[in-house]
Design a protein around this ligand. Sequence first.
Ligand code: AMP
Length: 593
Amino acid sequence: MVFKKDSKPLDSEQEKSQNEDASALELKNLENKKEIESQPLEVSKGNDNENGFLDFGFNQSILNSLRNKGYKNPTPIQKAAIPELMLGRDLLGQAQTGTGKTAAFALPLIEKLADNKELNAKVLVMTPTRELATQVAESFKSYSSESSNFKTVAIYGGTDYRNQISALKRKVDVVVGTPGRIMDHIRQGTFKIKNINCLVLDEADEMLNMGFLEDIEWIIDQLPENKQMVLFSATMPSEIRNIAKKYLNDPAEILIKSVKKETQLISQKFLYVQRHHKLDALKRILELNNQGVIIFVRTKLLTTSIAEALENSGHSVAVLNGDIPQNQRENTVDRLKKGFINILVATDVAARGLDVERIKLVINYDFPFDKETYTHRIGRTGRAGRAGEAILFVNHRERHFLRNLENSTRTKIEEINIPSNTIINEKRMEKLIENVNKSSFAQDKNEENKALIIDVLDNLKEKYSMNDSNIAMAAINLVIGNKSFFVNEDDSWIHKQNNTERNRSNRNNNNRMRNSNRRNNYQNDSFETYKFNFGKFDGVRVANIISSICNSTNINGRSIGKIQIFNDYSLVDLPRDLHRETKNKLKKIKVRN
Ligand code: AMP
């Protein structure tokens, strides 16, 4: 077990104790156990007229805030836990993030504090990390946004004490915090705990992994004896069962079997890449998807160097690691949520509990240490029932880790190829066409701009005698800019590497190589290479070659393969078995006259 406190640099964690497998657990000693199949949260949204929260007896302010959040129906864990907590029972819940567990404990506690007039906090929620503390506090705030004078305060390490102390001096209903900072405030007398009548331990297994057991027990011992206790944990190792036995009083027990369901929404893939090609492979993956991406790397140093490299390639990117001050981390997450940045490069610990809906893709740039880390990483996408994608980078030495990972998560991880120039160029072309098309719709909406555009068109026609097609071409040229539009770097390493890995796999008689995974970017057999006697010295660019071939023959741009431009000649991969007439036309094509 790693002993780690709030005050230590979080990234020093290089190992993690293995949690017991949730599915293998038998919680024999605890009664009233309810096992519930979770389902994607979107399923629970229901139709517009329904309100599945009415039956719990919540006050109107809570119902209003739920309506504002767009929640229509409770999730399975909410259905099971809310009635028990409203009755004041202790509760032991085995559930992961993404199941709606925060609202499951927050809503009944807010309801019970509806008329609270007292100054000192009545509820304490303990979380393993600052990130989770902020997130849980934000949830309390949003669920109580319509309740008057309801106050939630978050206290965690890495930030100034002064704001926390002054917040704790005013009226507080709920305190959410990390163990180290909670202890500090209790010791200093700045957190008055005599009114606490409910304690929630959230992600208890994570707190144990981080070495907080003693601290938790110390805090529990300071709190008033008579209190409701709620313990949530993703897994149930024996230490957690012991805590439950020691401190919980006849708890209702709920097990949400959600691990599979949650990860099923995420399409899990891997690609083979040698260490020295990783950054290039990353950039190529980001060509296909760079909106809402989190990249996991092993060290803080790597987060910054990769972020720098991506920034240089024009991506909007930020770093999340243990060295970044807390307020800056919060700011970064906020900017990601709002779409001001698209890519995060993070270490595992810094990204713990991150819940940002728009993350569509998780890239495991470095292989995760264990199954739990992998499951947590990929769980940053596919939030609240949405689909997501996870890509794992594997070098040939890590191949057996991959098999282990597949076995322990009981998931097949599908192989994909690193996108070749052809795939990337097709994507760029697609995007360009899409953008031009979108912009034609945008024009209709803005009358002022429309008038301006018509004016410009008239001017161009009258003054320069340009026709419609000349103008369209010039406008598209303007969008493309001066930089080379298509990638033209040597990508032969991708094909070579795929071949090497495939041969390795075959030699090992490993039948994982499914034909369906051979992506169409690996189609060398269906191409023939043509040599044209124009090249860089003639000022030729890839775009010129594609447009000349498409304009002079019936060859479709999408079916043109690799294009390599040398000083005085160019090599172009074209579909095998072209018609003789097409070949004749190819002989005569001109590029830039
Ligand atoms: P949690 O498991 O508490 O981290 O919640 C995961 C996500 O589900 C959060 O983004 C919540 O806002 C969302 N959520 C929680 N309860 C509901 C609900 N009943 N309906 C729709 N979304 C929900």
